[in-house]
Design a protein around this ligand. Structure first.
Ligand SMILES: [Zn+2]
Length: 393
């Protein structure tokens, strides 16, 4: 264990992304021939190696790149079951619909706590190996009072960024009476879940919850101290983005089908547009247009949406490569969105940057520059990860 008094100097960094424009060049705050000093779980110093203060121990980065650990602000990792066949069928031409979630709901309800915990831990470890040091995760595969509260309890042992998504779909047992399900989600289920969550989310989409239902659910959550975020405008145009802005949601997630009014609303708000290209990849859908959002002045985050149905990847580097190749983002923008952008989507300033006082969450790439994350797609470039000052990979 590192104690609070220990300091570590990471030096001979060829290219350091700080996301602090006061420390280095451009929006990424890029510093060449750089060093970082970690003290306990925080960054104590970052800047040119020649100016670095002394530390108890040193690590030689050998000219490679160091970036902030990825902030994956959207995942669904408390689940059981397998949907390989659904993916296989879809890739053979059957269109995606929200109904596939029901398969995971049945398996998750049948799983023991230990099974859910083991599955979650496995995917967290997988994400950490790929440089993710902060993740948000959601309930939404229980859809009963007990099963939703259980999912959040399990998740909250692993992250502070826990989201109540009782309004993922209307479960089959309420198919004939969706209003009764909304009453449950805003009533007993909310009461049981609120103590274990920071956020409340709704899948606002045709076949899931409409704008009025979503407003009712998110407003009830706010009254219980939860802050809103929304699955919005993924499969079709709809009210999700406007509702996100109206309710000051931290994030509108997906944003694949946006009108000019939606783009303007995001650009003039503090709601982050979180793009999740793993979902479009895995459903062979139209890409979200990151360029349009960035040019309008919106804040964009990039996350995995890791879930067993529509985006079964835990890899932020993969999402960066897709965003650069197909969504009009530059490599610099994609890296920012996957680190500082994710932090903004979680309304955090203590993560997603390598600057004095932030958590010492950083990844060493086996590459001279962060640009290689898009330039060398599919290559496991993350070679070391520190989380809260501890070497984890
Ligand atoms: Zn999602």
């Amino acid at each position: 264990m590192t104690t609070a008094a220990d300091t570590l100097l990471i030096t001979n960094i060829g290219s350091l992304v700080t996301n602090d424009p006061t420390v280095g060049e451009g929006p990424l705050g890029l510093v060449r021939d750089a060093a970082v000093v970690i003290e306990g779980e925080r960054i104590a110093w970052a800047g040119p190696a020649t100016a670095a203060p002394a530390a108890d121990t040193a690590y030689d980065a050998d000219g490679r790149a160091v970036i902030p650990g990825f902030v994956d602000s959207h995942s669904h990792l408390v689940f059981a079951g397998d949907r390989t066949e659904e993916f296989n069928a879809r890739m053979s031409g059957r269109p995606y619909s929200a109904g596939g979630i029901r398969t995971t709901v049945a398996a998750t309800r049948a799983a023991t706590d230990a099974e859910l915990e083991a599955n979650l831990t496995r995917y967290l470890r997988e994400a950490l190996r790929q440089g993710t040091t902060t993740f948000e995760t959601k309930s939404g595969y229980g859809l009963t009072v007990e099963d939703e509260a259980r999912a959040l309890r399990i998740a909250s042992a692993h992250t502070d960024e826990v989201t109540y998504l009782g309004a993922h779909i209307v479960p089959p047992d309420y198919a004939d009476d969706p209003a009764a399900y909304v009453a449950l989600v805003t009533g007993d289920m909310l009461d049981a879940c609120a103590p274990h969550a920071r956020w409340i989310d709704v899948f606002c989409e045709k076949g899931a919850f409409d704008g009025d239902q979503a407003r009712t659910i998110l407003t009830a959550g706010k009254a219980k101290g939860l802050h809103p975020r929304i699955h919005a405008n993924q499969l079709s145009y709809g009210p999700g983005v406007q509702l996100a802005v109206e309710l000051d949601a931290a994030s509108a997630d997906h944003c694949t089908h946006l009108t000019d009014e939606d783009v303007d609303a995001l650009a003039n708000s503090s709601t982050v547009a979180t793009l999740l290209p793993g979902a479009e990849f895995s459903t062979r859908a139209e890409w979200p247009n990151a360029r349009r959002l960035l040019d309008a002045g919106a804040t964009v985050a990039l996350s995995t949406d890791c879930n067993p149905g529509s985006s079964f990847t835990s890899s932020v580097p993969f999402c960066i490569a897709l965003a650069v190749r197909d969504m009009g983002m530059t490599p610099d923008e994609a890296l920012w969105s996957a680190t500082a952008g994710g932090a903004a989507a979680l309304r955090r300033t203590d993560i997603g940057r390598i600057t004095r006082g932030a958590y010492a969450d950083l990844a060493l790439l086996d590459a001279p520059s962060h640009v290689h994350l898009a330039y060398r797609p599919g290559v496991p470039l993350v070679s070391a990860v520190w989380r809260r000052g501890l070497r984890e990979v």
